[in-house]
Ligand binder design. Structure first.
Ligand code: ATP
Ligand code: MG
Length: 570
């Protein structure tokens, strides 16, 4: 598995070393980090990693973390996304110190821009975007100065104010930082820092028709908030020089940017823009489709916040990008769900089992613990009678030696009930087994077995007259290649070419023990706090948001064992 070893986890990571150095050398007296999502989609598991790093580090050093919406691009951002992000961060178990919006700094950022213009560090450029691009040069060839580069600061200030006043069309002018057209860092070649955009913003409405670029907004927002350590992913490495340049020229609070590796996971994608495409083109049932790597999708599928946090800790922070196997997240889910889930018996593909020495109208309530890992989870009663369902796959007409389930002449234990011995079976005209006949051994009752009879296997079962029908949804990988985006680039296709058409499988009505109906009736219909279940010998399951008492629907979170890893090895 690709997670870090225990030793690596216990030793300090490079961000912790930086923070400890800064505190020791008195560069900062406390730690303030921020999580800065752009509200242009729902958060995904990659964001969970960033959240875990930002909140985790602040927490470790007694500091705080702000939630700052990086809402400087009015076109793609909405309130729905803001609300979902707040909900997800909370659900993951984190509390931010302040809820802030980069758009609240628009006035201040405008003032910063004026300051840069006056100091001769920015100018209004009338070039078209094509001209600007052409003037940028290439990594090996320096750029050329724009003819507006040496424009008088007073003229630039006047034009910039008129840009704000809405006097110019989109794309007719920009504000550019005046840095170095020959810099080996392309971002330093007089980057555009303000654009004209006649777009309504979800918070500032039509107040603005010029918007700052990411680089103009991000570092300055950090400095305004006095963020000590601004942590971001590696692709922002080349922005650091520009980040420092603004802080230096504007003489702001010395926030510093540090980069760590982003989380990439196999068989899925980690980009809000692409996830939005899956939603809009209806490959999935919304942002919270249980196959999505979004926090809301994972929640709906039955992953717990604890499992996601554990996963983020195990992958740790690295300086190099790598690809994490989804099975690590599934491993973390099993670890936690094993401790908290209620055990229930559900037969997916039933075959009738008749206990021939049990009276026809007699039923007995058998007690069974809800969770052997947790005494406080209590127990429930399960009705037992003459006619039961077991899984079709648990009976074989002609079994191999090592088949420890049911076959004529063999014993098995029925979970929380009795040991039974199989005597014979009935077939229909088509040769299908329709009924299995067994005898039970009265002294073999679970908990007080003094029968001396041996049974190697234990089967789950349900009493036929008490069956409660449920719908069960099983999920497979959303994509059928490890890296859909890279694969699409190689094949000159699009990433959606690799959407796995068989990623959702709705099982024919499964037969559940009656307790499951009661569990469900006693929980609220929607909400994030539904009980987690283990369907014994099957996997972990969570009630879907569309589930009702009349039509219960369960999502399979994970199987009990990692069947995928085994399949891949074959
Ligand atoms: P996306 O392409 O999915 O929109 P983004 O980086 O543009 O990703 P933001 O909302 O801008 O998304 O990101 C908020 C924070 O989360 C940033 O600091 C970003 O670096 C971090 N982040 C985003 N994706 C990942 C990832 N896969 N792993 C770790 N951190 C991530
Ligand atoms: Mg972004």
């Amino acid at each position: 598995m690709s997670d870090n070893t225990a030793e690596e986890r216990n030793s300090k990571n490079f961000l912790e070393e930086i923070i400890e150095r800064d505190l020791k050398e008195g560069r900062h007296s406390s730690v303030l980090t921020r999580f800065p999502p752009e509200p242009n989609g729902y958060l995904h598991i990659g964001h969970a990693k960033s959240i875990s790093v930002n909140f985790g580090l602040a927490d470790k050093y007694g500091g705080e973390t702000n939630l700052r919406f990086d809402d400087t691009n009015p076109v793609t951002e909405t309130i729905e996304y803001v609300e979902s992000i707040k909900h997800d961060v909370n659900w993951l178990g984190y509390e931010w110190a302040k809820e802030l919006y980069a758009s609240d700094y628009f006035e201040q950022l405008f003032e910063f821009a004026i300051r840069l213009i006056r100091k001769g560090f920015a100018y209004v450029d009338d070039s078209t975007s094509e001209e600007i691009a052409a003037g940028k040069g290439t990594p090996t060839r320096p750029g050329t100065d724009s003819q507006y580069r040496d424009r008088d600061p007073e003229e630039s200030e006047d034009l910039f104010r008129r840009m704000r006043a809405g006097e110019f069309e989109e794309e007719t002018r920009t504000l550019r930082a005046k840095i170095d057209m020959a810099s080996p860092n392309m971002l330093m070649r007089d980057p555009v820092i303000y654009r004209i955009k006649f777009a309504s913003h979800h918070r500032t409405g039509d107040e603005w028709c010029i918007y700052p670029t990411y680089d103009m907004a991000h570092g300055q927002s950090d400095a305004i908030e006095k963020i000590t350590h601004s942590l971001c992913t590696l692709e922002f490495m080349s922005h650091r020089e520009l980040y420092d340049w603004f802080i230096d020229k504007l003489e702001l609070f010395p926030s510093k940017q540090y980069e760590f590796a982003r989380l990439n996971m196999s068989y899925t994608i980690m980009s809000k823009r692409r996830l939005r495409e899956l939603v809009e083109k209806k490959y999935v049932d919304g942002w919270d489709d249980p196959r999505m790597p979004t926090i809301s999708g994972l929640r709906r599928r039955g992953f717990t916040p604890e499992a996601i946090r554990d996963f983020c800790t195990r992958i740790g922070v690295a300086k190099r990008d790598n690809l994490i196997d989804v099975s690590l997240l599934e491993f973390c889910a099993r670890e936690h769900l094993n401790k908290i889930s209620l055990r229930r018996m559900v037969v997916f593909d039933p075959i009738k089992l008749v206990i021939t020495n049990w009276p026809e109208d007699k039923f007995e309530e058998l007690e069974s613990e809800n969770n052997p890992e947790d005494e406080t989870a209590g127990s429930r009663m399960i009705p037992f009678g003459r006619e039961l369902y077991i899984e079709r796959a648990d009976f074989m007409e002609d079994p191999p030696k090592k088949f420890f389930r049911l076959a004529v002449g063999r014993n098995v234990r029925l979970k929380s009930a009795f040991i039974i011995t199989c005597d014979d079976f009935v077939k229909d005209n088509g040769g299908n087994v329709t009924e299995v006949h067994c005898r039970y051994h009265p002294e073999s009752r679970s908990g007080s077995d003094n029968s001396g009879i041996k049974a190697k296997g234990t089967l789950h079962w349900v009493s036929i007259p008490h069956v409660h029908h449920i719908e069960v949804r099983e999920y497979d990988r959303l994509f059928n290649v490890e890296k859909p985006v890279e694969e699409a680039a190689k094949q000159e296709g699009v990433f959606t070419d690799y959407v796995n058409p068989d990623s959702l499988n709705i099982a024919p009505a499964a037969c559940a023990e009656p307790a499951l109906a009661d569990d469900f009736a006693s929980t609220e219909k929607s909400g994030d706090n539904l009980p987690y279940f283990q369907f014994m010998r099957k996997g972990y399951y969570y009630p879907d948001k569309y589930s009702t008492r009349e039509k219960p629907v369960f999502n399979r979170t994970v199987t009990l064992r990692d069947t995928w890893a085994k399949m891949k090895k074959k």
